[in-house]
Design a protein around this ligand. Structure first.
Ligand SMILES: Nc1ccn([C@H]2C[C@H](O)[C@@H](COP(=O)(O)OP(=O)(O)OP(=O)(O)O)O2)c(=O)n1
Ligand SMILES: Nc1nc2c(ncn2[C@@H]2O[C@H](COP(=O)(O)OP(=O)(O)O)[C@@H](O)[C@H]2O)c(=O)[nH]1
Length: 226
């Protein structure tokens, strides 16, 4: 049976998870699952999970573990014969344990980006709320200022991305992520990358994934050979 490649990406807000995930999905054909995107979709469509999630997100809180886990495991259920990349889930140790009971990840990427860089990037981040497309006025600007490339609809800046909100978000991320990172370290699947530019980190992630996927394909081939 073919083995599917299962990965997750972690990092503080603005560390480039979305940007790098897009490149991974394009280069390696992994299905990209962003928990934040699913939550926003649920909120817009007024689903049960969306209505519940909204009450937490509006107060700057994380959505409770059972809600997140149910949402993401049900999305993964629909993808049982796919390679995938998770972004934004698992966020807490309880989420990581629940995921691990159902699917064992092959690889976790953790991004370490200096605070000053995060602050600069987020103050320049503009998003198209309906699709989740992300722009940056310096790094990847839209074709027309303030407008989404695909729909032409206006771009917005999230209140959360303003420097005054960032410090608290970052502190919170570090606290919650540490046990998750420790878990993946102890499982021997954590790979950390540090730097200030996505374009300089990307070649390392690209070659790591090429090697891992190659090894996985070889193992699958060997297990099929009588
Ligand atoms: N496992 C998760 C994932 C997300 N959220 C909530 C809190 C987040 O503020 C919101 C949006 O999630 P995103 O992952 O899109 O955004 P972040 O706030 O994490 O920021 P960034 O994308 O900059 O990392 O959804 C949550 O409670 N639990
Ligand atoms: N200047 C600069 N901006 C970047 C770089 N990498 C990503 N960005 C931008 O920084 C912001 C945060 O990146 P994003 O992928 O959304 O990070 P996430 O919050 O971890 O998902 C976005 O506006 C990106 O376009 C980089 O190397 N340099």
């Amino acid at each position: 049976m073919a083995k599917f490649f299962r990965a997750a990406i972690m990092g503080p807000p603005g560390s480039g998870k979305g940007t790098i995930s897009k490149r991974i999905a394009q280069s390696f054909g992994l299905q990209y699952l962003s928990s934040g995107h699913f939550l926003r979709e649920g909120i817009a469509a007024n689903t049960e999970a969306g209505v519940m999630a909204k009450t937490y997100i509006e107060r700057g809180m994380l959505v409770p573990d059972p809600v997140m886990t149910r949402l993401m495991l049900s999305k993964l259920e629909q993808l049982s014969s796919h390679s995938f990349l998770l972004d934004g889930f698992p966020r807490t140790l309880a989420q990581a344990q629940a995921l691990n009971n159902r699917y064992q990840l092959d690889l976790v990427i953790s991004l370490n980006i200096p605070y000053e860089t995060l602050k600069e990037r987020l103050s320049d981040r503009w998003i198209h709320p309906r699709s989740g497309r992300v722009y940056n006025m310096g790094f990847n600007p839209p074709q027309v200022e303030g407008k989404d490339d695909v729909t032409g609809e206006p771009l917005i800046q999230q209140d959360d991305d303003k420097p005054e909100a960032l410090m608290a978000r970052l502190r919170h991320y570090k606290e919650v992520a540490k046990p998750v990172i420790d878990l993946y370290k102890s499982l021997g699947i954590l790979h950390s990358f540090s730097g200030t530019e996505t374009d300089r980190i990307w070649p390392y992630i690209n070659s790591l994934l090429s090697n891992k996927m190659h090894t996985l394909a070889q193992d699958a081939h060997q297990s099929q050979t009588p």
